[in-house]
Design a protein around this ligand. Structure first.
Ligand code: ADP
Ligand code: MG
Ligand code: ZN
Length: 715
């Protein structure tokens, strides 16, 4: 990325990296070439035109279908320090001409308009003297009758562009991937020799689930009971169901709003705004709700009924988790839903071909509700993706059948055992595969084996856990009583020779919602206050994800704060200090925050020979702090004593000990962790990864401390 673009990105948007696909699209646009970008909902299409808009000299005109949402988008841009405005029919005439005047004087970088504006030749005359460098057509599938949101006004866009006295760069964006719709977009908008970028539709943070034949109302009530703080949307098929369900939930004391075409514009607008501004927690709605809604912290989308096709389902479900944080997409299916959808197709007045197509799509939707395959794979293949893994491990079907292809891992383990002459136990095998610097490994010269360190991405206990599993599955056997030795069984040979795959059923994780940091509510409150004062939605100030990163990394100065995703220079200047002071205060009040910090597991090489000699170092030679801790511990002091004497937090002392060990000092960990606990931790870590300690801690019995987890993962 060239440095100017990088600068724009960090100054105005505060993002460190592009999301998948953004960079290719932006690069192409910056070469002044027409571009069609297909990214999933939440994939970050806006940045794809907003960033070039700032890089190009003139004005960028954004055509966006929803008048109601323009204001929010423009507010968000203004809040990032970007000059933007919108023009729609809601403006008084004076305001409209004022804004056009400002635009003519190059006062804006972005101007949003609704496609309906182009129906008026007066309006076209008015904008004809603006110097437009870039046109971005958002939700471009609306131009296609084959899409699911056809808008006749979109058909005017192509004609208008053709009639312009000069030709800006034309870009179009959609989340609809079918080839037919894509071709329509290129043809009807008149894109010239466009670059077409279609990106994976995968949304890894969304968990997909289906519940068949359940009591829907009870299901929803139970679900909400555990999520009193989370924003969510519940889609129902008809207005009647929306009315009924929202009443039932309100009667139970839930903070619920509703939205459907039978309500007045006024009420709908108010409810939508209440939802966006976190004044109501859950929105019960028909599919009339949500197009272009860009609230990033929707934590769940429940479909009370099966929608008509997967395009609609994925678009609606995709409104969850746009901030990239975990979110749930749950479909409640009843056979009666099929009848409703068939009825709607019959009533639609579609011409025959279109009707056939709708029925075919409905069938695919029904199949989705019945499949036992990975739901994500099903969806992605429906949208034409190939080479999708069999299991995503983040959907209800994968959860029930938790299987993983462990062929490569098994091959590594088997060949390591063979190279060690089938004469050692699983711990030593694991140490070799991990690439440990342990004395025993080095003495036996196992660091010269070709299998040394080939599983360094796993922790040693994870590898032991795998060896145990392979033993349980009869690929390995353990013999030798007190000093058990692992050997290969016949069954391992075809795996080793790559003649067969090895699919392992890995232990299932208990489901436990991870709690938020104690700091989070305070940050959220501050955000709410700022939002209120400025009359903008809270997530425009900072997204949940940004707040969560603050909780995780606890920045205390500007530099650290700017490293948080979502905090750019402009936002920092506006809000940075307020959040910093809250975090600083929190850090002072509560030292326990370190518990949520992952310990560094970078492998340290064995330095100079270190031994008891260090104890006799003269005073003026600086002994590293962690080595001092190690010495005192060796001398028999408890960690708590050391912590008190040295006036350092217990967590610091614990970290010292791990660090010393990683540098080659011996530590007897048995004092802090039992082999059983190591196994338990390893099993959990194997399932959910080792990026963050919190989820691991949450999945384990309360008695297992963070320190034990850190030990298990790093020693
Ligand atoms: P789309 O229009 O494709 O559905 P948006 O443009 O509304 O998606 O972006 C979805 C979310 O992703 C927004 O909350 C936005 O702030 C965030 N986002 C976009 N690009 C990035 C990025 N490069 N890094 C982090 N977050 C991003
Ligand atoms: Mg969008
Ligand atoms: Zn899956």
């Amino acid at each position: 990325m060239d440095s100017r673009i990088r600068q724009i990105m960090s100054r105005y948007f505060g993002y460190q990296d592009f999301k998948t696909g953004q960079q290719e699209i932006i690069d192409h646009i910056l070469q002044s070439r027409d571009t069609l970008g297909v990214l999933p909902t939440g994939g970050g299409k806006s940045l794809c035109y907003q960033l070039p808009a700032l890089a190009f000299p003139g004005l960028t005109l954004v055509i966006s279908p929803l008048i109601a949402l323009m204001k929010d988008q423009v507010d968000a841009l203004n809040d990032q320090g970007i000059a933007a405005s919108f023009i729609n029919s809601s403006l008084p005439p004076g305001e409209l001409s004022y804004r056009l005047q400002q635009a003519a004087q190059n006062k804006y970088k972005l101007l949003y308009i609704a496609p309906e504006r182009l129906d008026s030749s007066d309006f076209i005359d008015m904008i004809s003297n603006l110097s437009i460098s870039l046109i971005a057509i958002d939700e471009a599938h609306c131009v296609s009758q084959w899409g699911h949101d056809f808008r006749p006004s979109y058909l005017n866009i192509g004609n208008w562009i053709n009639a312009m006295p000069y030709r800006p760069v034309i870009t179009a964006f959609t989340a609809t991937a079918t080839a037919q719709v894509r071709d329509d977009i290129v043809a009807l908008l008149g894109l010239e020799n466009p670059g077409v970028f279609v990106n994976s539709f995968d949304r890894p943070n969304l968990y997909f689930s289906i519940a068949k034949g359940v009591d829907r109302t009870r299901f929803i009530k139970n679900y909400l009971k555990e999520r009193t703080e989370q924003s969510g949307i519940i889609y129902a098929a008809t207005r009647k169901e929306v009315d009924l369900l929202s009443e039932q939930l309100q009667a139970q004391g839930y903070n619920v709003g509703k939205y459907h075409a039978g309500l007045s514009d006024e009420v709908r607008k108010q409810n939508q705004e209440d939802f966006i501004y976190d004044r109501i927690q859950v929105m019960v709605a028909t599919n009339a709700f949500g197009l272009g809604i860009d609230k990033s912290n929707v934590r769940f989308v429940i479909h009370h009924n099966m929608p008509r096709h997967l395009e609609a389902y994925y678009q609606e479900a995709g409104r969850a988790g746009r901030d990239g944080q975990d979110a749930h997409c749950i479909l409640l299916f009843h056979a009666s839903d099929i009848q409703i959808q068939k009825y709607l197709i019959e009533q639609s007045g579609f011409f025959a071909d279109k009707k056939d197509m709708e029925y075919a799509k409905l069938q695919e939707m029904i199949d989705y509700c019945h499949t036992t395959r990975c739901l994500r794979k099903y969806i992605l293949e429906y949208f034409g993706e190939t080479d999708v893994p069999e299991y995503c491990h983040n959907c209800v079907n994968c959860e029930k059948h938790e299987q993983k292809d462990m062929t490569v891992e098994a091959q590594k383990i088997f060949s390591c055992i063979l190279r060690m002459n089938q004469s050692y136990g699983s711990n030593l095998v694991a140490s070799v595969l991990k690439g440990s610097q342990q004395k025993r490994v080095l003495e036996l010269r196992f660091d010269r084996l070709s299998t040394y360190g080939i599983m360094s991405e796993y922790t040693a206990p994870q590898i032991v856990e795998l060896i145990n599993l392979l033993t349980a599955e009869d690929y390995l056997m353990v013999s030798g009583g007190q000093y058990p030795v692992v050997k290969l069984r016949k069954k391992a040979l075809p795996i080793l020779r790559s003649e067969e795959k090895l699919i392992l059923r890995l232990p299932k994780m208990p489901e436990k919602a991870s709690e938020e940091s104690a700091l989070f509510p305070s940050l959220r409150m501050l955000r709410q206050q700022i939002a209120l004062a400025q009359n903008i939605p809270p997530y425009v100030v900072f997204s949940d994800k940004t707040l969560q990163e603050m909780c995780m990394y606890l920045p205390v100065n500007q530099e650290d704060m700017l490293n948080i995703n979502g905090v750019g220079q402009v936002k920092f200047e506006r809000y940075g200090e307020a959040f910093l002071s809250l975090i600083r205060q929190y850090k002072e009040d509560d030292a326990s925050f370190i518990e949520s910090q992952p310990v560094s597991t970078t492998k340290k090489t064995l330095g100079k020979k270190k031994s008891a000699k260090t104890e006799k170092q003269p005073k003026d030679m600086k002994i590293p702090s962690h080595i001092l801790t190690w010495q005192e511990h060796k001398n028999g002091k408890s960690l708590r004593e050391i912590s008190q004497e040295r006036k350092l937090g217990i967590l610091t002392i614990e970290t010292h000990l791990i660090r010393a060990y990683q540098e080659g000092y011996t530590v007897d960990w048995d004092e802090f962790i039992t082999p059983e606990e190591r196994q338990q931790i390893a099993a959990v870590a194997l399932q959910i990864g080792t990026d963050k300690l919190r989820p691991i801690k949450d999945a384990l019995p309360e008695s297992i401390s963070y320190f034990a987890i850190k030990i298990a993962l790093s020693t």
